[in-house]
Design a protein around this ligand. Structure first.
Ligand SMILES: [Zn+2]
Length: 157
C-alpha cells in the first residue's frame, strides 16, 4: 500500500481493528518515508449470483431489495433490527449454496419464506401473500398447506 502523501511504498501498520463482526478491518498505517498516517479499510467481497426474473430477464443481485421486502413484512412486528440483519446474512449464505452464477426469484422467495416462517407467522403471511400474488384466500391457504407438506417431508419444520 503506497503512501497517499509521498507515494512511498514502505508503510507500517500501527493499529488494526476488526469491524462489522469481523467482515472488515480498519488499519492505521504510518509511512516510512514522510511519517504521515493514513487509514485503510479491507473488506470481504463476495460476488452474488445474478437474479433470473419470472419473465426470464436477469438482473444483478441487490441485497436492498430483499431487505426491503423483509422489512415491509416485519413492519410493526416485535422483531429487532439485528435479527433482520442476521436473517439477511443467512439468506445470502443459502443463496450462495445454491449457486454463485444464477438464481431465480422463485428460489429466493422460497428461502426468504422459510426463514420468515420460523421467525414470525404474521411476517411470513404478509411476505407470502405479496410474493405469490394470491388471487383468493383458498389458493393462499392451499399453498400454505402445500408448503407444510414440503417442510414435513424435508424434516425442516
Ligand atoms: Zn509518505
Amino acid at each position: 500500500m503506497k503512501c497517499p502523501y509521498c507515494q512511498e511504498s514502505e508503510t507500517k501498520v500501527v493499529d488494526s481493528r476488526l469491524l462489522k463482526e469481523g467482515f472488515s478491518v480498519r488499519r492505521r498505517r504510518k509511512c516510512d518515508g514522510c511519517e504521515k498516517r493514513f487509514t485503510t479499510y479491507e473488506t470481504i467481497e463476495i460476488s452474488m449470483p445474478n437474479i433470473v426474473k419470472l419473465d426470464g430477464r436477469r438482473e444483478p443481485f441487490k441485497r436492498e431489495k430483499i431487505l426491503d421486502g423483509i422489512e415491509k413484512a416485519c413492519q410493526k412486528r416485535p422483531i429487532p433490527t439485528e435479527q433482520i440483519d442476521r436473517l439477511i446474512e443467512n439468506i445470502e449464505k443459502d443463496i450462495l449454496e445454491i449457486s454463485d452464477k444464477e438464481i431465480t426469484t422463485k428460489q429466493i422467495g422460497h428461502i426468504v419464506m422459510m426463514y420468515l416462517r420460523n421467525l414470525d407467522p404474521v411476517a411470513y403471511i404478509r411476505f407470502a401473500s405479496v410474493y405469490r400474488k394470491f388471487q383468493d384466500i383458498e389458493e393462499f391457504v392451499s399453498e400454505i398447506r402445500h408448503d407444510e407438506e414440503n417442510f414435513s417431508t424435508t424434516g425442516d419444520a
